[in-house]
Every structure is written in C-alpha cells, then in structure tokens.
Design a protein around this ligand. Structure first.
Ligand code: 13P
Length: 252
C-alpha cells in the first residue's frame, strides 16, 4: 500500500509576506491524515520561515533544487547540508524547468541524486518528455533514459528515499493535462522499468506522482489510476483552496 503524496512546487512565486500568508491559510484549511503526505516547496529564501511556521503541522518543506557538491566556490548555489540543517530534508531534482533553462543534464542530475542519497534526503525526481518527443512516439524511450542515466547507478536501498514525478513538459503550466489514461500508461511503464532493474517488490513500493496542470477539477480522476500515487502541483498549489481540494481528491 503506497501512501499518496501531494506536493506543491511554488517555483519562483511568493515573497516572504506572501509565503507566510499562504502557509497560514494552508494550516487553517488542510485536514491532514495518514492517507496523504503533504509537501510544499517554497523558494530557497523562504524555506527557514516555512519550516518554523510548520513545526507544529504535518506538512513537510522541500527545496526546489540543490547543488551536488558538499560546499565550495559555487556562487549562488545551495548544498544538501545547508538544507538539512534548517530542517529541509526533501528536494525536488530534475524538474524540466531546471533541465531546460539551467542546462541540468542527466550527468549533473546523477550527481545530485547521489548526494541526496548520501545525505538522507527525500528526492522527488522529475522525468518527462517534450511535446515533440511524444509526437515522434519517443516518450517511453526518453523517460526510460532519464531514469537510467540519473538514478540506475543507485543501490536498491536508495529508493526508500526516492519518489518519481512524471511531468510531461507539454502539460506544465499549459492547462493541457495528460489524460488519466496517458498518465496511467506512463506510470505503469515507469514501474515496469524499475521492476526490470530492481525487481518487482521495489517497483511496487516506489511512489510515482503525476505533474502538469493538475487542478481541483481533474485531480480525482488522475489520482484514481492504479499507478498514480499523487501529484506534483505547480499553479494550483499557490491557492490554498485549490491545493486543499487537490489534497482532498487524493484521499478519496
Ligand atoms: P503546473 O501544475 O502549473 O502545470 O506545474 C506543474 C509542475 O511543473 C510542478 O512541478
């Protein structure tokens, strides 16, 4: 039995005052239970405040990125220890926006995934194809290679702290969600790919989230698919009411 996860990726949204407001709103409406784990990923500068505000509430705080080095001359970067020591033990890695705008390659992501494992962080690892890949019928191959190149050198035990997020690039921020069938088809493929590499028990235990224009109106149907274990939510996670409705959809 895989517990569902609903994670909000706030991207480059919300100043400190806005972060405080949104977290307080979330605390007042979200009814957490053991059916769903809730995670939010505010910007780096607001992580400490988010951790403080949530010390008495079961929402975890995640970073949207981190560097693979322990420390050093990497201007503008943030390390795993910096995150862990402020109480942030979860990190989103390989988001398509990081891959597209900040040139994150599979090789870089492999190093980041290794660091997350070494430092005991929960790694929400994103994969997903572009529209042209899907049109060309290459989506399975692309996703398989993203998994293989960045994660498949990790040992089995690393997967206790890995969640896969399937986010088709063409569905992110476009309002064009993958159909529940398209999501299920890819999630099943990801699970089979994991099974071939690590065995069925491990594949069966790994949680696979769907991301890309998830909204209160479509969340329930997407989450009802057998291989969809929750969602990674962008735009709709910035409104407390919508995010809460998506969390509620994951409970049913
Ligand atoms: P949207 O929900 O805004 O499409 O974003 C999805 C996403 O990129 C989450 O990481």
């Amino acid at each position: 039995m895989r517990t569902k996860i609903v994670a909000g990726n706030w991207k480059m949204h919300k100043t400190l005052p806005e972060t405080i407001t949104l977290i307080n709103e979330l605390k007042s409406i979200i009814k957490t239970d053991n059916k769903v784990e809730v995670i939010i990923a505010p910007s780096f500068v607001n992580l400490s405040k988010a951790v403080l505000l949530l010390h008495d509430f079961p929402i975890s705080v995640a970073a949207q990125n981190m560097h693979f080095a322990d420390y050093g001359a990497y201007t503008g970067e943030v390390s795993a220890d910096m995150l862990n020591t402020i109480g942030v033990n979860t990190v989103i890695l390989g988001h398509s926006e990081r891959r597209a705008y900040f040139n994150e390659t599979d090789d870089i992501l492999q190093q980041k995934a290794e660091k997350a494992y070494e430092k005991g962080m929960l790694n929400i690892f994103c994969v997903g194809e572009k529209l042209e890949d899907r049109t060309a019928g290459k989506h399975f191959e692309i996703v398989k290679n993203q998994l293989k190149n960045a994660l498949f050198n990790l040992p089995k035990q690393a997967y206790k702290k890995i969640v896969i997020a399937y986010e088709p690039v063409w569905a992110i921020g476009t309002g064009q969600t993958a159909t529940p069938e398209q999501a299920q088809e890819m999630h099943k493929f990801i699970r089979e790919t994991m099974a071939k590499k690590y065995g069925y028990d491990l594949a069966d235990s790994v949680r696979i989230l769907y991301g890309g224009s998830v909204k209160p109106t479509n969340a329930k149907e997407i989450f009802s698919k057998p291989d969809v274990d929750g969602g990674l939510i962008g735009g709709a996670s910035l409104k407390a009411k919508d995010f809460n409705a998506i969390i509620e959809a994951a409970k049913s």
